[in-house]
Design a protein around this ligand. Structure first.
Ligand code: CO
Length: 296
C-alpha cells in the first residue's frame, strides 16, 4: 500500500515537473499564484474537527483571497478517515497537487504544538520539495505553536485567560499536553510547565506520552495541598486523549487517578485551536511564512 502511494506521488511529481517545464519554456516565468497549506496531525473525532474549522475560519478572515488546502501528517488518522470515505492528503500529496494545479508560491503552516517528530517529518518534506525548483518558485513553512521562549510565554498567558472564571486561587488547573518521550522536543513541555508555574503557582502541565508525567503533576498538587483541580487539554483538538486519557471513566484516566488521590476534578474539554487568541498565534507564524513568499 505504502509503495503504491509512493509510486503515485512520484508519478504526480514527475507530471508536475514535465508540465511546469513545458509551461516555463513557452511563457517564461509564471505569474504568481499563492496558496496556503494548513498541516495538522489530524483527528478522526468529528467533534474535535471544531478546532480545525476555527483555524480555517480565522485564516480566511486574515488572508482573504488565498486558497486554503489541508493535509494531515498522521497516516494512522488518514487511513482511519479513508475507511469512512473521508480522504485527506499527506503533505507530500497535497504539495504535488498544488504544483499540478499551477500554484507557484505556497505557505505551509504547521498546526502542531511543538517542533516534535511530526513537525520534523513535515519539515523534511518541505526541504525535499524546495530542492525541486520546478515544483514551486517559493515554498515556506510556518513554525508550530511553541516556537520560542517569548511565544511560549504568550501562549501560556492566553491559556490562563481560558480558565473558567469560577476557579478559585486555591484550585489547581492541570493542563494535559501530548508529550513525546523519545524526541528531544519532550524537553519543551518541561520548560512550558515551569513557565506556567511562575505565572500561577497552582497551574501545572503534564503530558500523556512524555514529561512531566501524571505522577509529577500529582506530586506538585499534593505539595500545594490541592483539593480541587480543573483539567484542560493542551492540544490543538479535544479528541481521543482529552476525552479518554484526561476525562474518561476508565480507572487510569487522569480524572479517575485524581479522584483516587482525593482530589475533586472539573473537566473543560476544548482544544487550544478553538480559542481564537491561541489560533491567532499559529496564524502569526503563517503570516511570517507568507511574507517570506513576497521577498525576492
Ligand atoms: Co497521541
Amino acid at each position: 500500500m505504502k509503495r503504491k502511494i509512493l509510486a503515485f506521488v512520484t508519478a504526480l511529481v514527475c507530471l508536475c515537473l514535465v508540465s511546469n517545464f513545458a509551461e516555463a519554456k513557452s511563457k517564461g516565468k509564471k505569474e504568481m499564484k499563492k496558496a496556503i497549506l494548513l498541516v495538522a496531525f489530524g483527528t478522526s473525532d468529528p467533534e474535535a474537527v471544531k478546532s480545525f474549522e476555527n483555524i480555517e475560519r480565522l485564516t480566511k478572515k486574515r488572508f482573504p483571497g488565498i486558497p486554503i488546502k489541508w493535509a494531515y501528517t498522521s497516516s494512522f488518522i488518514r487511513k482511519k478517515l479513508a475507511k469512512q470515505g473521508k480522504v485527506f492528503d499527506s503533505p507530500e500529496l497535497a504539495l504535488a497537487k498544488l504544483a499540478e494545479e499551477g500554484y507557484t508560491h505556497v505557505a505551509a503552516q504547521s498546526l502542531h504544538t511543538i517542533p516534535g517528530a511530526e513537525y520534523d517529518e513535515l519539515n523534511a518534506v518541505v526541504v525535499k520539495t524546495q530542492n525541486y525548483p520546478a515544483m514551486f518558485q517559493k515554498l515556506e513553512l510556518g513554525l508550530p505553536l511553541l516556537s520560542n521562549y517569548m511565544t511560549a510565554r504568550k501562549v501560556m498567558a492566553e491559556m490562563l485567560k481560558q480558565i473558567p472564571k469560577d476557579r478559585k486561587a486555591e484550585d489547581a488547573v492541570v493542563l494535559m499536553g501530548h508529550g513525546s518521550e523519545h524526541h528531544p522536543s519532550d524537553l519543551i513541555y518541561v520548560a512550558v510547565a515551569s513557565i506556567l508555574n511562575t505565572m500561577d503557582k497552582n497551574v501545572f502541565l503534564g503530558t500523556v506520552e512524555g514529561h512531566p508525567d501524571f505522577d509529577d503533576v500529582l506530586a506538585d498538587c499534593r505539595k500545594n495541598g490541592i483539593r480541587k483541580a480543573y483539567l484542560m487539554p493542551f492540544m490543538s483538538v479535544a479528541g481521543d486523549h482529552a476525552k479518554n486519557d484526561l476525562a474518561g471513566d476508565e480507572e487510569d484516566s487522569w480524572k479517575s487517578l485524581f479522584k483516587k488521590a482525593g482530589i475533586e476534578t472539573k473537566c473543560v474539554l476544548k482544544g487550544t485551536a478553538e480559542f481564537d487568541a491561541i489560533a491567532n498565534i499559529w496564524l502569526d507564524h503563517l503570516q511570517a511564512a507568507l511574507e517570506k513568499l513576497d521577498k525576492k
